[in-house]
Design a protein around this ligand. Structure first.
Ligand SMILES: Cc1ncc(C[n+]2csc(CCOP(=O)(O)OP(=O)(O)O)c2C)c(N)n1
Length: 354
């Protein structure tokens, strides 16, 4: 295991300036160390494509960025890598986690790249190197190699030693109603109806499995950012759909709003459960408090509940009314945290027909 703080200090000595990130739990400790540090900037990104483009702009302007993402996000970066980095000869370290997969595991989003990640990297015209897990100087050398050549660094589980986030960076949501209460309400309100619930990758779907046992649920384990659009497709095919999303998932492919906003007469609701963090990858702050979700959605021609929901009473009033009109709707709930709940098992996750 690498001592995370020593590794980070060496990166700073090497004059790396920014860490452009979409979180993965494998990178939690290095992310925490960077957030704690004043000497390198933490740059949380809406998607891996954004991270790669921001890093390109930084590098082309004389800064020294590093990108850290999850293997599932390497595909999001494909266009930036193949049509910008390669043809323009721009290089900077890209570190991708390598998620594994065991037969029977419900994290089916990782199954393909668990074996094919090196081939994907190869198809981008890059070499790969596994980040050393026991020799910091070798690990730094590898990062430097990735800074100057078309090489992607692969991060295995448990590479970095534990680093706690300093208290000043922690989010306190204890004054808010936890998401479980809202999900339990939805379960009681919609059980025995034909409404389809789509839960987004991250903890939203996991919690739906625990707190919404009686509704018709689709647990979308991967395809982060695609929940609104899959809901749009289902609603256009005649389904009544409610998507339960998270704040990180919501922004990943926010362009889907402009597609959804074109259509009326659909029974589609998106409930954004904003807990200000990437709960499932280690609780990293999304740093999105500057984003006015409600007005972004409204400006995309989607009907919104104008007020942010912070109470179960208000939520139940709205959900009781919601089926009286039928067009795309958006509701934003500011919610608190629940304890960890189990992942839904493979047989309930792996559904290919609604
Ligand atoms: C393309 C892609 N990038 C990164 C991830 C890793 N990942 C899984 S869930 C998640 C964060 C989800 O946060 P949010 O949507 O706010 O929901 P929460 O877990 O907080 O409920 C991330 C970054 C992923 N699954 N796919």
């Amino acid at each position: 295991m690498l001592d995370t703080n020593i590794f980070l200090n060496k990166l700073i000595e090497e004059k790396y300036t920014h860490l452009c990130v979409v979180p993965c739990s494998f990178a939690k400790n290095i992310i925490n160390a960077v957030i704690n540090s004043k000497n390198i900037e933490y740059l949380p990104c809406a998607s891996e494509a954004v991270a790669c483009s921001v890093a390109s702009g930084l590098k082309m302007s004389g800064a020294k960025p590093i990108v850290i993402v999850q293997s599932s996000g390497m595909t999001n970066m494909g266009s930036c890598i193949t049509s910008l980095l390669k043809p323009y000869g721009i290089t900077f370290p890209i570190i991708t986690s390598w998620r594994t997969y065991k037969d029977g595991d419900s994290e089916i989003q990782h199954q393909h790249l668990a074996t094919e990640l090196p081939k994907l990297i190869d198809s981008y015209g890059y070499k790969n190197t596994i980040l050393s897990q026991d020799n910091i100087d070798k690990a730094i050398e590898e990062i430097n190699l990735c800074d100057t050549t078309q090489t992607i660094s692969i991060l295995k589980k448990d590479t970095f030693s534990k680093v706690e986030l300093e208290n000043k960076h922690k989010i306190d949501l204890s004054f808010l109603t936890p998401r479980s209460k809202y999900l339990t309400y939805l379960n009681n309100r919609f059980k025995d109806t034909d409404t389809l619930f789509i839960g987004t990758t991250g903890n939203t779907a996991r919690e739906m499995y625990s707190f919404m046992p009686d509704t018709d649920n689709f647990y979308m384990a991967g395809n982060m950012g695609g929940a609104l659009s899959i809901g749009l497709g289902a609603a256009m095919a005649g389904k009544k759909v409610v998507v339960c999303g998270g704040d990180a998932e919501f922004v990943m492919h926010m362009g889907g709003l402009t597609t959804a906003g074109r259509y009326k007469d659909l029974d589609l609701t998106y409930i954004l459960f904003d807990n200000e963090q990437n709960k499932s990858t280690g609780g990293q702050n999304t740093y999105q408090s500057h984003v006015d979700y409600i007005n972004i959605v409204k400006a995309s021609n989607i009907e919104v509940e104008e007020k942010l929901i912070t109470s179960l009473d208000r939520f139940s009033d709205i959900m009781n009314d919601i089926k009286k009109t039928s067009q795309v709707k958006f509701i934003c709930v500011k919610c608190g945290l629940d304890d960890e709940t189990p992942r839904p098992p493979l047989d309930v996750v792996k559904v290919s027909r609604f």
